[in-house]
Ligand binder design. Structure first.
Ligand code: FES
Length: 118
C-alpha cells in the first residue's frame, strides 16, 4: 500500500478534514482518522465533507453520514443528483448498501509535526 504525503498537523485541527491522496484524513476530537475519499452513494469527495457533533463524517453532497472508525454509512443520503430533500425508502436502501460496502479505513497517526498514514 502506498503512503500518501503527510499532512502538517497544524493544518488538521479538531473538526478538520483534508485530502491526502485517495484518503480523507480528519481530526475527530484529537484522534486522527483516514477513510477512502469516495462516498458510497454518488462518489462525492469526502475530503470536502465535515464532521458533525457526533464525530461522523458528513458527505458534502447529500449528507450521508459515516462512522470514521469502521467506514460504515450510518445514515443514508438526503437526495440524489441535484435534488436535496426527503427521499423515504431510497435513503434507507442506500444506507443498507453503505453498511455492507464500507469505506476503507486506514490508521492515521501524528509523527512529529505531521499526520501520516500507516
Ligand atoms: S454523494 Fe455522498 S451522499 Fe450523495
Amino acid at each position: 500500500m502506498t503512503r500518501p504525503d503527510p499532512i502538517p498537523a497544524r493544518d488538521l485541527p479538531p473538526g478538520a478534514v483534508r485530502r491526502s491522496g485517495e484518503w480523507a484524513v480528519g481530526n475527530r476530537d484529537g484522534r486522527y482518522f483516514a477513510v477512502s475519499r469516495r462516498c458510497r452513494h454518488q462518489l462525492a469527495d469526502l475530503a470536502e465533507g465535515s464532521l458533525d457533533a457526533e464525530g461522523c463524517l458528513v458527505c458534502p453532497w447529500h449528507q450521508s453520514r459515516y462512522d470514521v472508525r469502521t467506514g460504515e454509512m450510518v445514515e443514508g443520503p438526503r437526495g440524489f443528483l441535484g435534488y436535496h430533500g426527503p427521499t423515504p425508502g431510497y435513503t434507507q436502501l442506500v444506507a443498507a448498501l453503505g453498511r455492507l460496502l464500507r469505506l476503507r479505513v486506514r490508521r492515521a497517526v501524528r509523527r512529529g509535526d505531521d499526520v501520516v498514514l500507516e
